[in-house]
Design a protein around this ligand. Structure first.
Ligand SMILES: Cc1cc2nc3c(=O)[nH]c(=O)nc-3n(C[C@H](O)[C@H](O)[C@H](O)COP(=O)(O)OP(=O)(O)OC[C@H]3O[C@@H](n4cnc5c(N)ncnc54)[C@H](O)[C@@H]3O)c2cc1C
Ligand code: FES
Length: 264
């Protein structure tokens, strides 16, 4: 386990917090030291004011960081009490965030083409990865899955970052392919050669993407979601069973070599 954690406590101020899709918001915070330090695939742990009984922070990835402006942008889905409170934060509100946590994506040396596969609210950490690939001149394709057209996020941002191909899939067929995003991803992996596959989304989706990538001989990384109580290696609530034993997602992940994940 890498020690010590790179996470530090930062005060932040809300710049904006706007709805961008069904039950999904884009939160922009001002936190200059965090914006300068965070790397693609890392996460932050948010203290959300408004409930004295709630002791746990909320782990969230980031979609964009602007070191010059000192801002970090997070896309989050309202799924429970904590994210509901987060959606009520207004411009000017302040709190603290612990980050950057864990380690992010590791694009292999010599990679010339990558495939990014995101499902639901798993898309955000793929956006800074796409920005990195674009800056390195690495061609990349994207497959994005959502329940329905109005729930999807990220396609315009990934398009603007130079995605070569963007395949959309929706469970109800209201946009793109009617079905799971794992199908267009498997098709692309059959048709083209990729050196690297990065995936984030529901566990079952990631395990299928990992299977298709392994079949195609492409190195695959997955960003795993676990309950996280501390976010810096002290509590073991975030364990992931791997071929090398139990590893804490907050320190050894959240991004893992997919071929080593035993329990998704
Ligand atoms: C490294 C990491 C990065 C994440 N990035 C994002 C992101 O960018 N955007 C986003 O919308 N969500 C992200 N999540 C998930 C987010 O942390 C949970 O949705 C959030 O903690 C739910 O809090 P709540 O109080 O609203 O819900 P609760 O009332 O606590 O729970 C509602 C539901 O969410 C599940 N849940 C609660 N906490 C977590 C958790 N830590 N991980 C997975 N499921 C959880 C519960 O089991 C329950 O089903 C990330 C999680 C991790 C571990
Ligand atoms: S969240 Fe506490 S050890 Fe990972």
């Amino acid at each position: 386990m890498p020690q010590p954690s790179s996470a530090r406590l930062h005060e932040f101020r809300v710049v904006s917090n706007d709805k961008i899709a069904d039950d999904t918001y884009a939160l922009v915070i001002e936190a200059p030291a965090l914006a300068a330090a965070i790397k693609p695939g890392q996460f932050m742990n948010f203290e959300v004011p408004g409930n004295a009984m709630s002791l746990l922070r909320i782990p969230l990835s980031y979609a964009r960081a602007d070191a010059d402006a000192g801002t970090v942008e997070i896309w989050y889905a309202v799924v429970g009490e904590g994210t509901e409170r987060l959606s009520q934060m207004r411009p000017g509100d302040t709190s603290t965030v612990l980050g950057p946590g864990g380690h992010g994506w590791s694009v292999p040396e010599g990679c010339s083409r990558a495939l990014l596969v995101g499902g639901g609210i798993g898309v955000p950490p793929l956006v800074p990865l796409a920005e990195q690939l674009h800056a390195q001149g690495i061609e990349f394709d994207v497959c994005l899955g959502a329940k329905t057209a109005t729930a999807g996020v990220g396609s315009s941002e990934l398009d603007a970052l130079g995605a070569h191909v963007i395949e959309i899939a929706t469970d109800d067929g209201t946009d793109g392919y009617h079905g799971f995003v794992t199908d267009p991803a498997a098709k692309l992996l059959d048709e083209k050669r990729y050196d690297y596959v990065a995936t984030c989304g529901p566990s079952v989706m990631m395990s299928k993407v990992a299977e298709s990538a392994a079949k195609a001989g492409a190195y695959c990384e997955a960003s795993l979601e676990r309950m996280m109580s501390c976010g810096f290696g002290a509590c073991s609530t975030c364990n992931v069973e791997t071929t090398e034993g139990m590893k804490g997602a907050c320190m050894c992940g959240p991004v893992f070599d997919a071929s080593k994940v035993v329990v998704w």
